[in-house]
Design a protein around this ligand. Structure first.
Ligand code: FEO
Length: 383
């Protein structure tokens, strides 16, 4: 626990036992569930934590409150990594008032099947007066659930951003913010870029000096840098010019074609290239890399009249997250009926993508004709 800004304390927890966040994202460096206490004339707790971290979290709260009683629990987000301990808190502090919006309370009923005794149902821009601190509620539907609301404190200029500006990894791990924040954002909120842009419009007039998310480090400096990343990600623009090659290979022939393309690119002096075997790489990482760069090459065998299963999974993830504004190259392999080019275009038909010619079609393994196509694709990619 620590005082982050005057009167505002961190009471969250690190979780190093978790293997898959939201049941699907690998988190080798764990996860943090952030929670905050504002000590003022009235005492407010902002959000609870994952259920398995209950005891540590309650101890953190007690160590800040000592013999005082909290007045409010502000529920910004009802996903269970933040809401699971609402009842645990009510058991200890039965008179606490729960603060949420109409949808928050609908979800509380669904999750806990209980009638809340003391509650304040807020509307957007309502203010919760704690004394010198006043929380102004900004609704942020679908960032990342429909009930999400964020809180701005004018006195401290702190913006409590719920899931936004979070990242994978516990607070005590030393990893690169942007890599794990990008993987987190694209994975979890990537579909909702428009809603993130709507949020930015709403908060553009606020003077924000500190961002306090529900995961990952508190952002105390260089706010503009972090907002700039979110602006790029939510507007589906690439961060950098560069090529990601995502491939599947069964017996190594498609992989050999990919290696040939990489060799050609490097021989042309183009080195901003990264290459991922989709069967052997965490797909959430490859998806986030595809969002980072401007060009994506998809290389896959044809399989059961479609693409190889890992490629199918990858395409589904891109499609779900509105992947667009990128240039696409295709390498397809098929011994009797290569179909990958057709299937990829059909899968991503609703996405705004620029397909390069030529498509490299391989019949079983590279030959003179397909090697020539790879050289042509290389020249198109580096134009
Ligand atoms: Fe961290 Fe959408 O929950």
């Amino acid at each position: 626990m620590m005082e982050i800004i005057k009167d505002i304390y961190y009471v969250g927890v690190d979780d190093h036992q978790i293997d898959l966040f939201e049941g699907q994202y690998r988190v080798p460096n764990g996860m943090s569930y952030n929670s905050y206490v504002i000590m003022d004339d009235k005492i407010a707790i902002l959000d609870t934590v994952d259920f398995k971290c209950k005891d540590e979290w309650l101890n953190n709260i007690r160590s800040i409150l000592k013999d005082k009683l909290p007045d409010y629990l502000v529920v910004q987000h009802m996903e269970s990594d933040h809401s699971a301990n609402i009842m645990s808190l009510l058991e200890i502090y039965p008179d606490i008032t729960i603060v949420g919006n109409a949808l928050t309370f609908k979800m509380i009923n669904q999750f806990f099947d209980v009638k809340i005794k003391n509650k304040i149902v807020v509307k957007e821009y309502d203010i919760l007066n704690l004394g010198s601190h006043k929380l102004n509620f900004v609704f942020a539907p679908m960032v990342h659930w429909p009930e999400v609301m964020m809180s701005y404190d004018e006195k401290s200029k702190a913006f409590f951003s719920a899931d936004a500006f979070g990242k994978f990894g516990a607070l005590d791990c030393k990893d690169d913010w942007v890599t794990e924040a990008r993987r987190y954002y694209i994975g979890i909120v990537g579909k909702y870029g428009r809603q993130v842009q709507d949020l930015f419009k709403k908060i553009s007039s606020l003077e924000v000096e500190t961002i306090l998310p529900l995961h990952g480090p508190m952002i105390l400096h260089d706010i503009k840098k972090f907002i700039n990343y979110y602006n790029i990600w939510s507007s589906y623009k690439p961060e950098k010019d560069g090529i990601v090659i995502a491939y599947c290979s069964i017996y190594g022939h498609t992989k050999a074609a990919v290696h040939r393309l990489v060799k050609e690119l490097i021989s042309q002096g183009y080195t901003e290239v990264s290459c991922y075997d989709l069967a052997r790489t965490d797909l959430s990482l490859v998806v986030s890399e595809a969002f980072k760069y401007s060009k994506l090459v998809l290389a896959t065998p044809t399989y059961n009249s479609g693409v190889f299963p890992f490629m199918q999974d990858f395409l589904t993830r891109l499609k779900e997250r509105n992947f667009k504004n990128r240039t696409i190259g295709i390498i397809e392999n098929g011994s009797w009926a290569p179909l990958a080019n057709k299937v990829i275009r059909l899968e991503l038909a609703d996405n705004d993508l620029n397909y390069l010619e030529p498509v490299v079609t391989i019949n079983s393994k590279l030959n003179e004709a397909s090697e020539a196509l790879i050289r042509s694709l290389c020249m198109e990619l580096i134009k």
